[in-house]
Write a protein that binds this ligand. Structure first.
Ligand code: ZN
Length: 104
């Protein structure tokens, strides 16, 4: 069992930031040996993540459209910060709870 951290081929830790880039379509690559990998049950996580990002955009639009937002761009900044946190958080969840598999 490799768990969610180590590449099934080279056994190196794939790190946190290899995950956000590929996890929308559950199509990751090991940054060390470039092996194509994916997470078990990654589809649900990808769907959840995509939904949260869309909800964030809707909320941002709503805030921007309906509230008299005092500072230009602060909503976008908060959204981007929230997005980065979401990516990091989901990467941690995947690393701790899922398993990496070789993509064929
Ligand atoms: Zn590898």
């Amino acid at each position: 069992m490799n768990g969610g951290k180590n590449c099934p081929r080279c056994h190196e830790d794939i790190g946190v930031w290899a995950i956000p880039l590929g996890s929308y379509i559950n199509h990751l690559h090991c940054p060390h040996c470039d092996l194509g990998i994916y997470y078990e049950n990654g589809f649900i996580i990808s769907l959840l993540k995509f939904t949260l990002v869309v909800l964030g955009l809707v909320l941002l639009y709503w805030i921007d459209h309906w509230l008299d937002w005092p500072l230009e761009g602060i909503g976008l900044g908060m959204f981007l910060l929230g997005w980065v946190f979401l990516e990091w958080f989901i990467a941690q969840v995947l690393r701790e709870t899922s398993n990496l598999r070789v993509r064929h």
